[in-house]
Design a protein around this ligand. Structure first.
Ligand code: ADP
Ligand code: MG
Ligand code: MG
Length: 844
C-alpha cells in the first residue's frame, strides 16, 4: 500500500503534487544538505482521503506515530515529555502556493508541566500555541487573544489564554501532545476548504480538489533571545528583479511575526551586524538554492542561538517587471536558457507593465509615504472594509481599500479594489504579497496613516479622510496623494523588449492587432504588431460630422438617393484608410466592410421629423438585431454601400503607394458569411469595383463567425483567400448566448455555480467553439491548402486561447493593441510547449 507519510530525507515518487510545495522544498533542501529541521510530510493523498471520509483514512494515524517515533530518535527528544519535550510545527502546504490562505500551528506538544517555570521563550511559545491552536482548531475569535496579550507578563498571559480557551470551548486546553497533534493535522486539512481559501482558488484558477499536504517539523526557536531571530528573504528584489539579497529580519521572534506583519521588521542587513556568522552561512546557502532551482527564491529562515535553519523555499512571486529583469539577468548569468526565460513569464502578468503611472508632468502634493509594495498607480474612493470594496466595485466605482493591515479575509475586497493602502506591515506583509500577485498597486506600512474602521475615518499626516474621499496611491514609489492625479499609460522597457525579442524568435504564429484608427495602429506597431487583423469600419460612420450623411444614406428612398449620400462619405473613408495604411506601411491590413447595427445610427422614433422617417425607422427595427440584417446581408441588399467602401480602400491604397512607394497589403473582409453564394456574389462585386479603380493588389476573404460557415468551410474557401475567425460572434452563435444578455446575468450564475468553469467570451470554449474552428480549418485547407487563417475575436489576446490557436495551426492571432505583447509571449510559449518546454508561471 502506498504510504501517506514521508520523512524529509525519504524519497517520494509523487513530487510536488503529492508533498505540496512546502513539503517538496523541505525534502529537497534536506537532500541537498541545507540545514533544515527534521520532520515529515503527510501527503495530499491523505488530505483528499480525509475530505472524502470526513476522518483519517485507515492506517494514517499509525503511520504518523511511526514517523513521530523516528523523529524522536533523530532529535533525541520525546514528544509529550514533561521536561524539554520535542515540539513541532504543523504546517499546511498545497502543491500550488496560496500564501497565508491556510493554517499553520507552531509549538505543538507543549503543556503546562513542560512550560511551568520555563525560560521566557518557552512561556512565549506556550502562549503562541494556545493562541494558534485556539484560533485554528477551535475557531476562537483572534481578538479574544490579542486583547489579552501582555508581552511583559507571560505567565499571566498564559493563564488568561487558557481561561479564554475554556470559556470558548467548554474544555481545558488539551495537555496530551498526541491529541494536540491529531487535532492540529485535521484542522490544517480542513483549512483547505475555508471560504477565503476557496475564494483565492477561484480567483487564481486553482482546482478545488488538490488538497493540502501537512508538514510536521521540529520546532526551532527564533525567540530565544538576542542571538536568535527569524526572517524572510528573496534572492533578488521581488519588485524590481534587481540581483542581491533582499529581505527582512526580526530579532528574538518566531516566524509568524514577520509574515503576519505584527512587528515591523528590520532590513535583512541588520542580521549581518547582529549575527555575522549565521548571515554569512545564509548568504552562501541561498546562493546555492538559487543555483539549484535556477530561479529566484523566497526563503523563510530562523536562527536559534546563532544556528541557522531554513524553513521554506519556493520560487518567489514577483512583479512583471521583476520577472523580466530576473529572467534577462539569469540568461546573462548562464543560469537559464532563453527558452526557459520565455517560458517563465506569465503572459497575463505582463498586463501589470501596461498599468497606468502618475503623469511625470503632473504637479501634486504627497500627503504621506509608505512602502512601494506593488507597482502601478491608482486613484479611487476610500473604503475601509473588504465587503464595501466588493459592493462598490460591483457598482463600477473605483475604490482604494484602506486598512491598518490586510488579512486573508480581505481577499474579496482586494480583488475588487483598484489599489490597496495599509498603515502597517512590511514588504512581505499580506497586503504586499497578495497585491503583487494580483498586479495591483499597493502602498504598505504607511506610518503616517491611522485608520478608525468603526468610525470609517482615517487620518493621513493629520488630514481627516472619510469613506468616499478620493486618494491616489503610487505603488511604485510608495506615495500617497489626497485627491485625483493624472495617470499615464506605461511604456515598454528594455528587459521587456529583450524577452519579447526572444519570444519572437521562438513563435510560429504572427501577431496582429485590432485597430480602427491610425493612432491605434501606431500604438499596435509600437507593441510589435505585425499588421492589422481587424479594422472595423463602423466607427468611421459614427463620427459626428458623418452621422447626418449616414442617416441620409439609411433614410434614402431609392438607390440614387443612397448613392448621393455614399458619394459624400467616400472621401472620408478614403482618408481614414490612408492614415491606417501609412501607419502600417509594409504590413497587412484587414479591413472589414460595414457590419452594422443600422438602428444605432438612427434617431429615435420621438426624434423623427415626419411620417416618412417614422415609418423608415419602424421598418428598420428588429426583434433580434443580433440575428437580423447584419454583415454581408446588408452588403448584398444594398451593394452600393460595399461598393463605396471597396472604392475607398483601393483609392487609399493606390494613393499611399504613390506617395510612399510602399504598397500596403490590403485584405478586404466580408462579415457574417454563412453561405458560399453570399461570398461568391460579394467577391464578384469586390473585384469588379476594384478593377474600375486602380491596379492594386489585394485579397478577398471572410470572417468565419457562424457555425454554418465552419461546417461548409470547404465551399466557402472556394471564394476566399483568407478566413478570419470572429470568435465573439462565433461563440454567441454556437452557444446560443447573446453576450449582452449573458454576462452579469445567467452566465454569472453559471460561473458561480460551476455549470461552466470559464467565461466563454474571455477564454475560448475549446471543446465546442474550438471544434467548429478545427472543422473549418480542416475543410478550408482541403479546398485551398495555403488559405490564410487567423483569429480576430477578443480571444486572440487571451493566453490559453492563443495556445489553442497555435495547436489549430492558425497563421496569426489578432488582438487589441495593449494585448499584443502578451499574445507574442503566449504564441512563443505555445511553440515551446510543442517542443517540450512547458510554461511555468510564478507571477501571481
Ligand atoms: P505559511 O504557509 O503561512 O508561510 P508556514 O507553515 O511557513 O506558513 O509557517 C508560518 C511561520 O512559522 C513561518 O514564518 C515559518 O517560518 C514559521 N515556522 C514554521 N515551522 C517552524 C518551525 N518548525 N520552527 C520555527 N518556525 C517555524
Ligand atoms: Mg499560514
Ligand atoms: Mg511560510
Amino acid at each position: 500500500m502506498a504510504s501517506y507519510v514521508y520523512d524529509f530525507d525519504e524519497p517520494a515518487e509523487g513530487g510536488r503534487d503529492l508533498l505540496g510545495g512546502k513539503g517538496i522544498g523541505l525534502a529537497e533542501m534536506t537532500q541537498l544538505g541545507v540545514p533544515v529541521p527534521a520532520g515529515f510530510t503527510i501527503t495530499t493523498d491523505a488530505c483528499r482521503a480525509y475530505m472524502e471520509l470526513g476522518d483519517f483514512p485507515p492506517g494514517l494515524a499509525e503511520e504518523v506515530d511511526e514517523h513521530l517515533a523516528r523523529l524522536e530518535r533523530t532529535t533525541g527528544k520525546r514528544f509529550g515529555d514533561p521536561k524539554d519535550p520535542l515540539l513541532v510545527s504543523v504546517r499546511s502546504g498545497a502543491a500550488i502556493s496560496m500564501p497565508g490562505m491556510m493554517d499553520t500551528i507552531l509549538n505543538v506538544g507543549l503543556g503546562d508541566e513542560a512550560a511551568a517555570g520555563g525560560e521566557r521563550f518557552v512561556l512565549d511559545s506556550y502562549r503562541r500555541l494556545i493562541q494558534m491552536y485556539g484560533e485554528t482548531v477551535d475557531h476562537i475569535d483572534p481578538h479574544r487573544f490579542s486583547d489579552a496579550l501582555d508581552e511583559d507578563d507571560l505567565p499571566k498571559t498564559i493563564d488568561a489564554f487558557k481561561r479564554i480557551y475554556k470559556e470558548e470551548t467548554g474544555r481545558d486546553f488539551p495537555q496530551d501532545a498526541k491529541e494536540q497533534l491529531g487535532r492540529a493535522v485535521r484542522a490544517v486539512f480542513e483549512s483547505w476548504n475555508t471560504p477565503r481559501a476557496q475564494r483565492y482558488r477561484r480567483h487564481h484558477d486553482i482546482p478545488d480538489d488538490l488538497g493540502t499536504a501537512v508538514n510536521v517539523v521540529q520546532m526551532v526557536f527564533g525567540n530565544k533571545g538576542e542571538r536568535s531571530g527569524t526572517g524572510v528573504a528573496f534572492t533578488r528584489d521581488p519588485s524590481t528583479g534587481e540581483a542581491g539579497l533582499y529581505g527582512e529580519f526580526l530579532a528574538d521572534a518566531q516566524g509568524e511575526d514577520v509574515v503576519a506583519g505584527i512587528r515591523t521588521p528590520e532590513k535583512i542587513e541588520a542580521m549581518r551586524e547582529r549575527l555575522p556568522e549565521a548571515f554569512e552561512q545564509f548568504v552562501e546557502t541561498i546562493r546555492r538554492l538559487e543555483e539549484h532551482y535556477r530561479d529566484m527564491q523566497d526563503i523563510e529562515f530562523t536562527v536559534e542561538d546563532g544556528k541557522l535553519y531554513l524553513l521554506q523555499t519556493r520560487s518567489a512571486k514577483r512583479t512583471a517587471a521583476a520577472a523580466l529583469k530576473a529572467a534577462v539577468d539569469m540568461v546573462d548569468e548562464g543560469l537559464i536558457t532563453r527558452e526557459e526565460a520565455v517560458a517563465r513569464i506569465d503572459p497575463a502578468q505582463l498586463d501589470q507593465l501596461l498599468h497606468p503611472r502618475i503623469d511625470p508632468d503632473a504637479s501634486y502634493d504627497v500627503a504621506a509615504k509608505g512602502l512601494n509594495a506593488s507597482p502601478g498607480a491608482a486613484s479611487g474612493q476610500i473604503v475601509f472594509d473588504a465587503d464595501t470594496a466588493e459592493q462598490r466595485g460591483k457598482d463600477g466605482d473605483a475604490v482604494i481599500l484602506v486598512r491598518w493591515e490586510t488579512t486573508p479575509d480581505d481577499i474579496h475586497g482586494m480583488i475588487a479594489a483598484q489599489g490597496i493602502l495599509t498603515a502597517h506591515g512590511g514588504m512581505t506583509s499580506h497586503a504586499a504579497v497578495v497585491a503583487r500577485g494580483m498586479g495591483k498597486p499597493c502602498v504598505a506600512g504607511c506610518e503616517a496613516l491611522s485608520v478608525d474602521v468603526d468610525a470609517k475615518t482615517a487620518a493621513l499626516n493629520g488630514t481627516k479622510l472619510g469613506e468616499g474621499d478620493v486618494i491616489t496611491i503610487d505603488g511604485g514609489t510608495g506615495e500617497v496623494i489626497i485627491g485625483e492625479v493624472a495617470l499615464i499609460p506605461p511604456e515598454i522597457n528594455e528587459d521587456f523588449e529583450t524577452v519579447l525579442g526572444w519570444a519572437d524568435d521562438l513563435r510560429r504564429m504572427k501577431v496582429r492587432a485590432n485597430a480602427d484608427t491610425p493612432e491605434d495602429a501606431a500604438k499596435a506597431r509600437e507593441f510589435g504588431a505585425q499588421g492589422i487583423g481587424l479594422c472595423r469600419t463602423e466607427h468611421m460612420f459614427m463620427a459626428e460630422d458623418r452621422l447626418p450623411v449616414v442617416r441620409e444614406m439609411i433614410m434614402a428612398g431609392d438607390e440614387d438617393e443612397r448613392r448621393a449620400a455614399l458619394d459624400k462619405l467616400l472621401p472620408h473613408q478614403q482618408s481614414d484608410f490612408e492614415g491606417i495604411f501609412e501607419a502600417m506601411a509594409g504590413l497587412p491590413v484587414t479591413i472589414r466592410l460595414l457590419d452594422p447595427p443600422l438602428h444605432e445610427f438612427l434617431p429615435s422614433l420621438e426624434e423623427a421629423r415626419d411620417d416618412r422617417m417614422r415609418s423608415r425607422i419602424r421598418a428598420l427595427q428588429e426583434a433580434n438585431p443580433m440575428l437580423g440584417t447584419r454583415g454581408c446581408r446588408l452588403g448584398l441588399q444594398w451593394p452600393e454601400i460595399y461598393e463605396m467602401q471597396v472604392r475607398a480602400i483601393i483609392r487609399a491604397a493606390a494613393a499611399v503607394r504613390d506617395r510612399t512607394g510602399d504598397a500596403p497589403l490590403v485584405e478586404i473582409m466580408h462579415p457574417l458569411v454563412g453561405f458560399q453564394e453570399e461570398l461568391r456574389r460579394l467577391r464578384e462585386l469586390t473585384i469588379a469595383t476594384a478593377e474600375e479603380e486602380a491596379d492594386v493588389e489585394y485579397l478577398v476573404g471572410t470572417m468565419i463567425e457562424l457555425p454554418r460557415a465552419c461546417i461548409r468551410a470547404d465551399e466557402i474557401a472556394e471564394e476566399a483567400d483568407f478566413f478570419s475567425f470572429g470568435t465573439n460572434d462565433l461563440t454567441q452563435t454556437a452557444l446560443g448566448f447573446s453576450r449582452d444578455d449573458a454576462e452579469g446575468k445567467f452566465l454569472t450564475y453559471y460561473l458561480q455555480d460551476g455549470v461552466l468553469e470559464r467565461n466563454p467570451f474571455e477564454t475560448l470554449d475549446q471543446s465546442g467553439v474550438g471544434d467548429l474552428m478545427a472543422i473549418a480549418v480542416e475543410r478550408g485547407r482541403e479546398t485551398k491548402p495555403d488559405i490564410k487563417l487567423g483569429i480576430c475575436g477578443e480571444h486572440g489576446g487571451e493566453p490559453m486561447s492563443v495556445r489553442f490557436c497555435h495547436t489549430l495551426g492558425l497563421d496569426y492571432v489578432s488582438c487589441s493593441p495593449y494585448r499584443v505583447p502578451l499574445a507574442r509571449l503566449a504564441a512563443a510559449q505555445a511553440a515551446l510547449a510543442e517542443s517540450g518546454v512547458e510554461a511555468v508561471s510564478v507571477g501571481g
